[in-house]
Design a protein around this ligand. Sequence first.
Ligand code: FE2
Ligand code: FE2
Length: 350
Amino acid sequence: MTATASSAPALRDNRGTNELPPHLDENLLTPRFYTTEFEKAAKTDLGKAREEFEAIFKEMETDYNLTHFDRKASLDRLQDLSPSDKAVYESYLVRSVVSEFSGFLLFKEISNRFKKAGRKDLGQFFQFLARDEARHAGFLGRALKAEGIDVDLPNIGRKRAATFFPLSWVLYSLYLSEKIGYWRYILINRHLQANPDKACAPLFDFFEPWCQDENRHGDCINLMMRCWPGMTNGLRGKLLSRFFLWTVFLTHTLTVCERGDFYELLGIDPVLFDEEVIIQTNNTTRNAFPWVYNFDDGKFLEMRMEILEAFRNWRASSGLSKPLALGKFISLILRQFALPMEKTNAVRYG
Ligand SMILES: [Fe+2]
Ligand SMILES: [Fe+2]
């Protein structure tokens, strides 16, 4: 599973230019790839979770979106975009294809490891998740192709560098990435249904059933967490909940607000979008994590603006002021990390 970099480009612009434009930088194409305690995972005891497992398994097997991602979708509407708006749209596609494909690689690996360990049920379960992510990545790849850009997904897969994380970390972060993905897609979808003139690409017509895939994936990961009650117990559960919610929300704020151009293209205010995604994801997470942030005093959400400003100051600073600006940024994010949380009633088996 070590990285073997291929010299062939994974991304090709077929529109007559020899060089890739800056928004299609090859360096963006490095999927994050994790390995974990696969042997421990293979010991997952479905025991009391069996009934819930069978129900979700059946749902995944039904494959609601088998015919949803239409290969012949018309791409006409893009013609109206200016070159700079097109660049914004294309870099969104590239970032998305990489994250969907990273999901595929991880789920496929987990599925293979389960099958090797003789856990057919869980192997097939994760095969369903890999199937969906491959479909999402393939659909985004087709949207890029329609723009004259070829992305070689298997080649991206070979460039992966693997990082090891304990099983608990992988499950906490996977749960959040699926649920935050769900909220991101559905909020964009709701906004575009209310403002159809802003739906500048046919891709957005596919978001609603797409986000239901991500929602189900989150439920699948939640089921795995419920089978490992030690992960959500006591101080460990509280620390893991705090750490992963904070990391995911902070990353979301910085990326959405720093790449606000994509949201502005759709007529969405990035700051409000970020806020709504965080509120909804935190609320949904009550079903899985033992603790979530308590937003009642408004501080967590308010602090995002200060953090963003400190981040921008740090990036813009140079010389002696750079470490000072970094210190300010770090002290702010640590204060946000420590803000109040509240206990949930998430179900646990065992
Ligand atoms: Fe996906
Ligand atoms: Fe997913």
